[in-house]
Design a protein around this ligand. Sequence first.
Ligand code: ZN
Length: 262
Amino acid sequence: MIGGVTVIAPLNEEQMEQMLANEFGGMDEIYADAYRMTKEKKYLDAAKRFSHKWLFNSMVVHVDNLDNKHANTQVPKVVGYARIAKVDKDKQYANAADFFWDRVVNHRSLSLGANSRREHFAPADDCKSYVEDREGQESCNMNNMLKLTENLFRMNPSAKYADFYERALYNHILSTQHPEYGGYVYFTPVRPAHYRVYSSPNSAMWCCVGTGMENHGKYGEFIYTHVHDSLFVNLFIASELKWKEKGIVIMQQTNVVDRTCH
Ligand SMILES: [Zn+2]
């Protein structure tokens, strides 16, 4: 972590920008979290230096430049924007993250909540390629979109975030693991009469296998949240909440049938 700060220290802004033109994961998120834990400003500065300006500057002024861009290179950057916004109370970062979320959720996602084909965002007015392409929506993208949604919800607990989370979790994530053999899908194509490719358990380790394992651990994560005394029931999932401080227990039951049992 400290090494990373040292490595970028001699780079000027142009060199940083050149480096960040590649897929670099959630570096800004990691440094924002390091700042939250240590309160050392050098980590916040590093988080901001890892904010790829090509994307950030465009999102700040509400210009969508995502056509044909590699989707899961962009989403982790924006998870970082939301983390910076939270730890630094930075409105510009919050604004950039929220605009990106709106563009992806409301203009670049299919009804199941998922985005991209062939790992890239299609032009916003191009729906045809989703139907034709063998490589549909990537699971990793959703892992990061859910993370982004949770982060935005933490700053502004609006129903629009919970609605998207619910739609994406049930319609995309739930279907990404084979119900009997446990493999994960990379893509969820919407091509008519298409097939799915599942990973081989214990031998495949694609990116979507790693995030795939995390995805199915999310079912219990966002059902309930609270802000002070206000309790939010975000997801209708059979569960029991024991809120010790308030001395209450809330139980949800559903009629969802587990088809694998029959
Ligand atoms: Zn992936």
